[in-house]
Design a protein around this ligand. Structure first.
Ligand code: XMP
Ligand code: MG
Length: 191
């Protein structure tokens, strides 16, 4: 029988130390966040622009937007990321692909997988604010508070986590593990 059917929970591989957040906990938290977001934007004059930060946020974004009961549109942005297989952070954020919606006068909600140093969200908030939106807020699934270098305001937070590399639910290591339904801790890679 195919163990990768949608109902089976994929087992941990030797690369993964433990499940940090299981699929049920993610679902419940995403439900809460979507309810909160729907309430807060209920009086938006125009559809909210949800901007998913590629690629890590795509599953979080997909789950959030399908639970919203407010008018919204989905957009995406791609930024330079860490090295190919690496996990080194750099404060040097570069745009690879811009959004397509005109943000002027609109409510913009940045949807990000994880807040680490803060460089990425700081860059996005500044960049989007310059486009004269009605508002810019952030929804972040995971936060590593021990890693912050730049303070960033998170309006909707899923979970705080320790300073470990995590994969699953959109997050990857060298493009692997994105489709795991849970968040798992990666075994540190030794050179
Ligand atoms: P900064 O440092 O700009 O980083 O806040 C945010 C980006 O770093 C990536 N990141 C991770 N990706 N597992 C991942 O798959 C992790 O544990 C992790 N920590 C940081 C992520 O791309 C995020 O957008
Ligand atoms: Mg990311």
């Amino acid at each position: 029988r195919n163990m990768r059917s949608s109902l089976a929970i994929p087992p941990l591989t030797p690369d993964l130390i433990q499940v940090l957040i299981d699929a049920d906990s993610i679902r419940r938290r995403v439900d809460d966040l979507a309810r909160q977001i729907s309430r807060d934007y209920a009086d938006s004059p125009q559809p909210v622009i949800l901007v998913g930060v590629l690629k890590g946020s795509f599953i979080f974004l997909a789950d959030i937007c399908r639970r919203l009961d407010i008018p919204h549109v989905v957009d995406f942005i791609a930024l330079s990321s860490y090295g190919l297989a690496g996990s080194e952070q750099s404060g040097n954020v570069r745009m690879l692909m811009d959004t397509r919606e005109n943000m002027e006068g609109r409510d913009v909600l940045i949807v990000e997988d994880i807040l680490d140093s803060g460089h990425t969200l700081d860059y996005l908030i500044r960049n989007f604010t310059a486009r004269k939106p009605r508002s810019v807020k952030t929804a972040v699934l995971l936060d590593k508070p021990d890693r912050h270098v730049i303070p960033v305001k998170v309006d909707y937070l899923g979970f705080g986590i320790p300073d470990v590399w995590v994969v699953g639910y959109g997050l990857d290591y060298a493009e692997k593990y994105r489709t795991l339904p849970y968040i798992a801790e990666m075994r540190p890679v030794t050179a």
